[in-house]
Write a new protein. Structure first.
Length: 371
């Protein structure tokens, strides 16, 4: 056993030598997180001792801390879908019809749910409960970043709890013992490519996943025209958003941008209005008509296109909207408050930029193997 103990000691000492001392904690690793320890371990063969020790010591990203749940907003509002057919509005429970919500993708905010047969909605009218369905907003939340995103990581999109592969490009292996969990935040210890040019990420010891099952959180260079102290980068390819203070990433999350033919426009935009809550509607009379009461934390940047909280779906990481950039309520509140805490100009105004770009062609493998 002595040779194995000696080898392990050498590995640990080599890792410790390159890092500054840290505060002593009983469960804390004694060396800094460095995924490059695994960059050559991409064959599926037995991992190097250094890589195996790194993965064992850091099973989750160490510099990404989930933000709190916005229990205040989610506890204040009660969101209900009505329709999809035209829905009658009543002046009182069981009373006369006083109006109608046209057919479409419609959500209302309930202000009184005490009646067993009707709900009262914002505006004072009543809706028959038989035509309404309660929706619980997503509790997914992004993460605050504490290492300036020196080490990239990913968030799992898959909803079917698939098994990982034991080699990059290989078949899923139930015997590997790891199954993807929706919205799980994972390290990227190594990257390899399959024959079609898709990236595969090692997220555990010889545990590989194809890039299409995750969204990669990565930093970009600030556009020269983005002069705002606080700005966000929306990546349409990865369906992510990263918030920056100057050149430093401080927060990252998943988004849901516009579906064709209403794709979110690329470009650099200035936030021109911020509203804590705002109703939204569009395409009235058309098959894709929608009307949404009480949309929270709205930040308009491209005419009527905005960043905003969304309570009507839980498909973050996938394109879903009519052009806006959907965030969960908790994420939207974080960005809204963070934006408004920025520096003010002599007129008392705050400048925030939204940079919408695409790090690849949506639905296609990376254009270059070294990208």
């Amino acid at each position: 056993m002595k040779p194995k103990l000696l080898l392990l000691s050498v590995v640990i000492l080599s890792l410790v030598a390159a890092v500054a001392p840290v505060a002593a904690q009983q469960s804390a690793p004694i060396f800094a997180y460095d995924p490059s320890a695994c960059e050559s371990d991409i064959t599926g063969d037995e991992l190097s001792a250094r890589c195996a020790l790194m993965i064992e010591s850091y099973p989750v990203p160490p510099h990404a801390e989930q933000i709190p749940l916005d229990t205040s907003t989610m506890g204040t509002y009660s969101f209900w879908r009505v329709g999809p057919g035209a829905t009658s509005l009543y002046g009182a429970p069981g009373g006369a019809v006083v109006g109608e919500i046209p057919a479409g993708y419609n959500f209302v905010t309930a202000t009184n749910t005490d009646n067993p047969s009707f709900i009262q909605i914002q505006g004072g009218e009543w809706v028959n409960r038989a035509n309404a369905t309660y929706y619980q907003p997503s509790d997914f939340r992004g993460v605050e970043i504490t290492d300036a995103l020196e080490n990239e990581f990913a968030i799992v999109l898959d909803m079917s709890r698939i098994a990982v592969s034991t080699t990059p490009g290989g078949p899923r292996d139930n015997d590997a013992g790891r199954f993807l969990e929706r919205y799980e935040v994972v390290n990227i210890f190594a990257t390899a490519y399959d024959d079609e040019g898709w990236r595969w990420y090692m997220i555990g010891p010889n545990q590989w996943i194809k890039q299409t099952f995750v969204s990669k959180i990565q930093r970009i260079e600030r556009p020269a025209e983005a002069t705002a102290e606080r700005w966000v980068a929306v990546d349409l390819y990865e369906q992510t958003m990263v918030a920056y203070e100057g050149d430093t990433p401080v927060f990252a999350t998943l988004i849901a941008s516009g579906l064709p033919p209403n794709s979110t426009n690329e470009g650099l935009f200035e936030v021109w209005a911020r509203l804590p809550v705002d109703p939204m509607s569009g395409a009235t009379g058309l098959p894709d008509a929608y009307a949404l009461q009480s949309v929270p934390y709205v930040m308009y940047f491209d005419e009527g296109i905005s960043l905003h909280g969304s309570y009507w779906h839980d498909y973050y990481g996938y394109r879903q909207s009519h052009g806006c950039v959907n965030l969960t309520i908790s994420d939207a509140r974080w960005v809204y408050n963070w934006f408004t805490q920025g520096e003010r100009d002599p007129n008392g105004d705050i400048l925030n930029h939204v940079y919408v770009h695409s790090s690849g062609e949506y639905g296609q493998p990376p254009a270059a193997i070294n990208s």
